[in-house]
Design a binder for this molecule. Sequence first.
Ligand code: ZN
Length: 411
Amino acid sequence: MSFSFDIKHAQSDSLARVGTINTPHGPIQTPAFIPVGTKATVKSVLPEAMKDLGSQALLSNAYHLYLQPGSDVLDEAGGLAKFMNWPGPTFTDSGGFQVLSLGVGFKKVLAMDAQTFRRDDVIAGNKDRLAHVDDEGVTFKSHLDGSMHRFTPEVSMQVQHQIGADIMFAFDECTTLHNTRPYQELAMDRTYAWAIRCLDEHKRLTEERTGKPYQALFGVIQGAQYEDLRKKAATDLGSLESSGQSFDGFGIGGALDKGQLGTIVSWVNEILPEDKPRHLLGIGAPEDLFVGVENGCDTFDCVLASRIARTSAVYTMEGRFNLSNSRFKRDFTPIDSQCDCYTCTHYTRAYMHHVFRGKEIISATLATIHNERFIVRLVDQMRQALMDGNFADMKADFLGRYTHRSGQSRD
Ligand SMILES: [Zn+2]
């Protein structure tokens, strides 16, 4: 087995820690932000550029790759990293989130504040329910061609083993903040039963697929905004063992109320085994990353950095703004004068304004490079600040400036 997690430093006054996740495709220094390449590509950006901007790993989605090109194609190609020419570690999300985005929570999730829930692609444009959940699994209709498919915990494990990412997530039922309390309990019991089936199938596939690099499996902690449910999920999944196998790490998922993010995450991380990595699913706004790190999360993923970049929205030390705004037409300064990314060291706001206004393809590439660099570097700086013992100062300094123009820091 070539998966391990070493903690180098743990804060005495908070749950924050610094460590290294070792995978068959290389190490990840944590805390770390993991950019999302949903369909085995970070939209508009070459893998070499992702490496240059400091990305240590990428996260793709098993559901999307199962539908297209098919997980068997990735298996034949030698796995996700090789297939997409990414020279480092990879993650796959299980497809459980699509239960929510296609099915029971479909309309509700779109009605929620986009800042509070941004885990992967929410499929818009079709008002019909596309997925149905039962105790065995989920039956769903492909958003691509309308064909019918069924995901069970076993199928999700088979698909994720074929895709071959270093870190996979157990198949879970993801609820929304709007589900009733009885439904949250039902979904959590189901997620627990599915976790056992995931561990069993993972064990079987690991033994069957000899000669393949070990793939780590993370359990997913649900429970929405309820303290007792979150704690129960962390207790049950944290200690779960089946077929002699326990989870290699954990994902904190489901509906997360932004105002309560730190509280919810600390409920869970105070219980989860300290020696295993914890990934906060779908969280990546600067202010939320501080909350995640100081409450003991090691890795994060979010599509927001690249998605907003394609709409000309960029992060800077002073907050977030939109490059399409006419005030940038003759602004010959970089997007962020303190940024060391390829875009900021070679292009001006005036040029970015021009290519966005002209709908040039390069606009997406350059803005995505900047935003991903901004978020990756921010979490790298948090890691360094933890090591240097000045995390609180670094956080106060960043948030003091970042919220300076708070009216422009949100959608
Ligand atoms: Zn930049």
